[in-house]
Write a protein that binds this ligand. Structure first.
Ligand SMILES: Cc1cc2nc3c(=O)[nH]c(=O)nc-3n(C[C@H](O)[C@H](O)[C@H](O)COP(=O)(O)OP(=O)(O)OC[C@H]3O[C@@H](n4cnc5c(N)ncnc54)[C@H](O)[C@@H]3O)c2cc1C
Ligand SMILES: *[C@@H]1O[C@H](CO)[C@@H](O)[C@H](O)[C@H]1NC(C)=O
Ligand SMILES: *[C@@H]1O[C@H](CO)[C@@H](O)[C@H](O)[C@H]1NC(C)=O
Ligand SMILES: CC(=O)N[C@H]1CO[C@H](CO)[C@@H](O)[C@@H]1O
Length: 480
C-alpha cells in the first residue's frame, strides 16, 4: 500500500523557475500546502532585483540552502529527492526514495542539461559569456581550440578569444547573422579596454545592410563581413586566427594514441605543427589537433522521466509544450523554465531563450496560472512575454538585449544602426523599414526604456535615419 503525501501544489525542480513558482504560489495562496522536490541540496534564489524597464529586471542568482525557502514561505516544504515518474491520471509523482506525492496542480521545472558533443575531459561547455571568465583560465596556455556551435555564445566566444588559433566548426553554411555581435565582443574584449590610452571621444557610427553576407572559409582576425573588415579591425588580434569549417559536425574526439593507431591523417594549419593533447575528426573526414574543445551547442530539456505513460508532447527542441497558461496537455500539469517550450502565438518581438530571466518570468507566471485554475479566476498573459529582454554582465559591463536583438527571424533582411565608443558603450539597433525590431545596449547607455518603447510601439523612425543614434541628438526627448 502506497503511503501518499498530499499537497495542493507540487513543484519539481529547485532552479529559478521552481523556486520562483513556489514563492509566488505562497504569495497568492499562503495557506496551501506546497512542496518543491529537487534533486540538488541547494536551490537557486533571485536576489537584488532592480527594475530596469517595464519588461526587464536586473537581478543576481545565488545558490542558497533549501531551509531559506522554507523559512521565507512557511507552508512550502522542500524535499531533496529525485522524481522518477509521473502518473498524470492518478495525479501522482514518484521519487527515487520511494515516496509518492499527490498534487492538485503540478509544475515541472526540471530545467535542461547542456548538450555535450561528447562526454570527455577535453570538452569544455559554455552556455553564456559569464562562464567565459572560468574558461579564460583554461585558455591561458592553449595554442589552439576548436569551438563547436553556431549560436550567440559560440559567436561571442570566437570573438572573445585572442592570441590563439580557433577552429570554428559550424553545421550551417555560414556563420549566422550573429556576426553582428562580433562588434559587441570586440567592445568587450578586455585586452582592448586595457589598450585604451587614447581619449574616448571617437565615436564610430555606422550603418549597413545585413542581407548579402557570404559564408567564408578561412577568415583571419575579427572579420566576418565586409564592413567589419574595414571598420572594426582593431589592434590586438594579430596572432589570432579563425578557421571556419562550415557544414560539418564533430564526428569523434580522438586521443593522440588513437590517431596513431588508426593512422589518421591530421590536417596541419601551420608548417611546424607539434603534437596536440587531443584530436577531432569532423564529419567530412578532416582531422585537426587542438588543446581542447569548446561545446556551445545548446541544451536538452530534462523531460525524460515525465513522458512515459503520459500524453505530454515535446517541441522540436525537446521541451514540454505549454500553452499560454503554461499548461501541458495533461490536466493540472504545468511546466516552466528551461524544460518547457512555449506553444502559443508568440508576440512578434518575443522568443524563448533558455535564460535566468525567462525561467523567473515563467515560474512567476506559472504560479499565477496554477493558482487561478484552482481558484477559477481569469488570468492574463504576463506583459513580459510581449518583448524579449535580458540583462546580464559581460566582463563587468552592463549588457541589455531587447527584442530581435540579433535579427532573429528576420531572414537577414534588416539594417543595423551602430554606435560604438571604444571602452564606453556599444549600441546596436536592428531596423526594418525604419522601425526598431531589437537592440543591444552595452555600457551605461541609459537607453533601455526608450528603446523598449520604440520596439513595442513600432514608431516609424525613418526620418531620423542614422541620426537616431547621433549622440548630439537626444532621442529620449523625442520619444519618451
Ligand atoms: C553552464 C551554464 C551557465 C549559464 N549561465 C547563464 C547566465 O549567465 N545567465 C543566464 O541568464 N542564464 C544562464 N544559464 C541558463 C540558466 O542557468 C537557465 O536558463 C536557468 O537556470 C533555468 O532555470 P530552471 O529553473 O528552468 O532550470 P534549472 O536551473 O536547470 O533547475 C532545474 C532543477 O530541477 C532539478 N531536477 C531536474 N530533474 C529533476 C528530477 N527528476 N527530480 C527532481 N529534481 C529535478 C535540478 O536538480 C534543478 O534543481 C546558464 C546555464 C548553464 C548550464
Ligand atoms: C499555513 O497554512 C495554514 C492552513 O493550511 C494557515 O492556517 C496558515 O496561516 C499558513 N501559514 C502561513 C504563515 O501562511
Ligand atoms: C572538409 O572541409 C574542409 C574545409 O571545410 C576541406 O578543406 C576539406 O578538404 C574537406 N575534407 C573532405 C574529406 O572533404
Ligand atoms: C535526461 C536529462 O537531461 N537528465 C538530467 C536532468 O537533470 C538532472 C539534475 O540536474 C541531471 O543530473 C540529469 O542528467
Amino acid at each position: 500500500m502506497e503511503d501518499i503525501e498530499n499537497y495542493t501544489y507540487v513543484i519539481v525542480g529547485g532552479g529559478i523557475a521552481g523556486v520562483t513558482c513556489a514563492e509566488h504560489l505562497y504569495i497568492l495562496h499562503p495557506e496551501a500546502k506546497t512542496v518543491v522536490i529537487t534533486a540538488t541540496s541547494l536551490i537557486k534564489a533571485v536576489t537584488n532585483v532592480l527594475p530596469l524597464t517595464k519588461t526587464l529586471d536586473a537581478f543576481d542568482v545565488e545558490e542558497r540552502p533549501a531551509e531559506e525557502l522554507e523559512n521565507n514561505c512557511p507552508n512550502v516544504t522542500v524535499v531533496r529527492d529525485t522524481v522518477v515518474r509521473l502518473h498524470a491520471e492518478k495525479q501522482h509523482v514518484y521519487t527515487s526514495a520511494g515516496r509518492v506525492f499527490s498534487y492538485e496542480k503540478l509544475c515541472i521545472c526540471s530545467g535542461a542539461s547542456p548538450k555535450l558533443v561528447e562526454n570527455s575531459p577535453h570538452v569544455v561547455c559554455i552556455r553564456d559569456t559569464e562562464s567565459a571568465q572560468q574558461f579564460q583560465s583554461r585558455i591561458k596556455d592553449a595554442k589552439r581550440i576548436l569551438i563547436v556551435g553556431n549560436g550567440g555564445i559560440a559567436t561571442e566566444m570566437v570573438y572573445e578569444v585572442t592570441g590563439i588559433q580557433i577552429i570554428w566548426a559550424i553545421k550551417d553554411k555560414y556563420t549566422t547573422a550573429n556576426f553582428v555581435d562580433a562588434g559587441a565582443a570586440e567592445f568587450l574584449r578586455p585586452e582592448l579596454d586595457k589598450e585604451k590610452t587614447e581619449s574616448i571621444t571617437p565615436v564610430k557610427r555606422r550603418k549597413y545592410i545585413v542581407d548579402k553576407i557570404e559564408g567564408g572559409r578561412t577568415v583571419p582576425g575579427g572579420a566576418l563581413g565586409p564592413d567589419w573588415h574595414t571598420g572594426l579591425e582593431l589592434k590586438g588580434c594579430h596572432q589570432r586566427k579563425v578557421f571556419i569549417e562550415t557544414e560539418v559536425e564533430l564526428k569523434t574526439i580522438l586521443e593522440p594514441a588513437a590517431v596513431k593507431q588508426y593512422g589518421k591523417t591530421v590536417t596541419k594549419l601551420n608548417s611546424e605543427e607539434e603534437d596536440w593533447p587531443v584530436y577531432v575528426e569532423l564529419t567530412n573526414g578532416t582531422v585537426y589537433g587542438c588543446d581542447f574543445i569548446v561545446s556551445a551547442i545548446g541544451v536538452t530539456p530534462n523531460v525524460s522521466v515525465f513522458l512515459p505513460g503520459n500524453k505530454l508532447t515535446v517541441g522540436d527542441d525537446g521541451g514540454l509544450l505549454v500553452d499560454d497558461k503554461m499548461r501541458t496537455l495533461e490536466k493540472d500539469v504545468f511546466a516552466a523554465g528551461d524544460v518547457c517550450t512555449p506553444n502559443w502565438q508568440l508576440a512578434p518581438h518575443w522568443f524563448q531563450m533558455r535564460l535566468w530571466t525567462q525561467a523567473r518570468q515563467m515560474g512567476s507566471y506559472a504560479a499565477k496560472c496554477m493558482w487561478s485554475s484552482l481558484a477559477q479566476e481569469e488570468v492574463y498573459m504576463d506583459f513580459c512575454f510581449e518583448l524579449f529582454s535580458h540583462a546580464t554582465k559581460f566582463f563587468g559591463n552592463k549588457v541589455i538585449l531587447l527584442g530581435l536583438f540579433n535579427g532573429q527571424g528576420l531572414d537577414r533582411k534588416y539594417e543595423v544602426l551602430l554606435r560604438y565608443t571604444k571602452g564606453l558603450e556599444y549600441i546596436k539597433c536592428v531596423m526594418v523599414d525604419g522601425r526598431m525590431q531589437g537592440a543591444v545596449l552595452i555600457g551605461e547607455t541609459d537607453m533601455e526604456e526608450t528603446f523598449e518603447n520604440l520596439i513595442l510601439n513600432q514608431m516609424d523612425l525613418s526620418e531620423y535615419g542614422e541620426d537616431l543614434l547621433n549622440p548630439d541628438v537626444d532621442i529620449e526627448d523625442y520619444f519618451d
